[in-house]
Design a protein around this ligand. Structure first.
Ligand SMILES: [Zn+2]
Length: 77
């Protein structure tokens, strides 16, 4: 699978998620979201749940971000 490298904008705002994955927290009512930039420069609003889901599924790779394993201290893999 081709991972899309996304660049976090660092912008956190309230709004609707543009990904709306299965565990989305901001699909129908505005919630905390952040913006990421796709390689073509498009800006996508994404909630934390969808961001985690995209990264976990391998669809996205967040530039400069430490892996979930690193965050949780599980470095065995
Ligand atoms: Zn979402």
């Amino acid at each position: 699978m081709n991972r899309i490298k996304v660049r976090p904008s660092g912008i956190v705002a309230g709004g609707l998620c543009g990904v709306k994955g299965p565990s989305c927290t901001a699909a129908t009512k505005p919630s905390g979201i952040t913006y990421v930039f796709l390689p073509d420069g498009a800006q996508v609003a994404v909630c934390g749940a969808c961001l985690d889901e995209r990264v976990a599924s391998g669809a996205w790779r967040v530039e400069g971000a430490r892996s979930k394993a690193a965050r949780t201290g599980n470095m065995s893999s």
